[in-house]
Design a protein around this ligand. Sequence first.
Ligand code: ITT
Length: 195
Amino acid sequence: MKIELVFATNNAHKLGEVQAMVGDKFLLQSLSEINCHEDIPETGVTFHENAKQKTDYLVKNYQVINCFGDDSGLLIDALDGEPGVYSARYSGSRDMAANINLVMQRMAGKANRSARFKTVISLYLNGAQYFFEGSVEGTIIEEQRGTEGFGYDPIFIPLGATKTFAEMSASDKNAISHRSIAIGKMVDFLKDIKL
Ligand code: ITT
């Protein structure tokens, strides 16, 4: 039997990535499938708080029992961890071209280009809450490369690679990404759970 979980995301790219990662043992329900069409508030100052907020919202307002949500972002050392939890709206809006431009502007002339993507997942299962984390180290480049993926993928080269995430196929990104590490931990945990 498939494990049914609501995935608390409005990001269609993320949903596609995660469905590919969890495989066909899981049936992921999107927010629109449970008739949730609003923007779930993300007002925390940590990834944990925001991931928790997304799932708490569904449990409280939609009586969902089994669900998960992730909060992710890019942390750049030379920018003291920015954009961090503000990754989705770094420039003040969700416009990714503007967000990337702001990062590139603030990174101009910086010698230290090291950064990481981080994901924190909050999972609710029959009333109990669990967290899973994943991160991937890498470098911010000076130009944008590639058209795959989403978000800051065109300016991030993971450690040991020569391509940006946006130049990789979905399966190559998914093999090493922050989100796939965190999702892998959750899938491993769910392996032995009877729902
Ligand atoms: P939901 O909250 O609805 O899931 P979101 O796009 O707001 O979707 P997050 O809050 O988790 O997602 O992530 C914040 C931003 O971080 C996201 O909009 C991207 O710009 C960036 N980001 C997250 N994961 C990424 C990835 O795998 N590749 C590139 N950028 C990513």
